[in-house]
Design a protein around this ligand. Structure first.
Ligand SMILES: [Cu+2]
Length: 325
């Protein structure tokens, strides 16, 4: 930067700051009278990307070398193209690679920790913490399904190294029952149609339930694992309080490079069907400016011509999230 450019930049920056400051000052005395004529409609949301939050940078520092780990996964069960009788499928994974201390586990005190993102078909991921026990995919509908897995950090940012992501297709014969009770992620029954008093009395003697999830019906997309595949990971579910701003967008990209990484592809995202924005590097971003309520986040893999890359429908995914500030 030349000296002239630098001073022009500084001048522009200070002018900008002065304008913002002046704006604040000017608006406050009349705020009582101008509030109803404001140009901003109530509930409008303006999002902007910010650098990795300090909170997360601090977490990384506290983890030693873990963020430089190169964890790899192997799906031991279900086997590729397996046919499984019954609605329950056990997921068993082998974790290997250069782990540098990386190990999935939920800390009972904080309810946080390294975990695996487990994705059935194109449903929102489930978190899987204790790999010593299988993760149960329960109440699966009959037919073909896909399973995708990849390792994640406590703040849900995925590991993006070669071998971290795995996908298998399998088939369920004799599917699940939509009238089954709903269970939580840890497998505890939330609402059961019948429970005997004896079962409750001996509850403390029952070993803790496996991690798992009762799934609503879904089918596999017609996915070609050799073609570019975008896997939506975050955001999902509910965000409350200090977790509600900023919110991270993160994804897994298989068989393709983004333009900023020397490839041909782009990831297009939009929130609440608003203006489309592009991600040209495979890394998470953090968006700030969310307002309370339900929001739709859409992530798509786009080719050079600006079209969504077809791969079984998975390359265009929309999730609804709920924010409570
Ligand atoms: Cu996660």
């Amino acid at each position: 930067m030349t000296i002239l450019n630098k001073s022009a930049f500084l001048l522009a920056a200070s002018l900008g700051a002065a304008l913002i400051f002046a704006g604040c000052q000017a608006s406050s005395p009349n705020s009582n009278t101008t509030v109803t004529t404001s140009a901003t409609p109530p509930g409008a949301q303006s999002l902007s990307a910010i650098p990795r939050p300090q909170k997360i940078a601090d977490l990384m520092k506290a983890r030693g070398e873990q963020d430089q780990a190169l964890p790899t996964l192997k799906i031991v069960s279900p086997a590729k193209d397996a046919t499984i009788n019954g609605a329950k499928v056990e997921v068993k994974l082998d974790l290997a690679g250069d782990l540098k201390g990386y190990m999935p586990h939920k800390d009972p005190a904080t309810q946080k920790g390294n975990h695996i993102h487990v994705i059935l078909d194109n449903q929102p991921y489930e978190a899987y913490y204790e790999l010593g026990q299988p993760f149960e995919l329960r109440n699966l509908s009959e037919g073909k399904h896909t399973l995708r897995v990849f390792p994640s950090r406590p703040w849900h940012e995925s590991y993006k190294n070669e071998g971290a992501f795995q996908l298998v297709t399998f088939t369920v014969k004799g599917g699940g029952d939509a009238t089954k009770p709903t269970t939580t992620n840890s497998g505890q029954t939330v609402a059961s149609p019948a429970k005997s008093p004896a079962a409750s009395a001996s509850a403390s003697a029952i070993p803790p339930p496996h991690e798992g999830k009762d799934y609503p019906p879904s089918q596999a997309g017609n996915v070609d694992p050799a073609k570019p595949l975008l896997t939506y990971s975050r955001p999902k579910g509910e965000y409350k309080g200090e977790d509600a701003d900023p919110i991270m967008i993160d994804f897994w990209l298989l068989n393709g490079k983004l333009q900023g990484d020397g490839g041909d592809y782009r990831v297009r995202y939009s929130v609440d069907d608003g203006e489309a924005k592009f991600l040209d590097k495979w890394e998470p971003i953090w968006l700030t400016g969310w307002i309370s309520g339900k929001h739709r986040v859409k992530l798509e893999l786009i080719d050079k011509s600006g079209n969504v890359v077809d791969n079984g429908g998975y390359n265009s995914t929309t999730r609804e999230i709920t924010i409570t500030k």
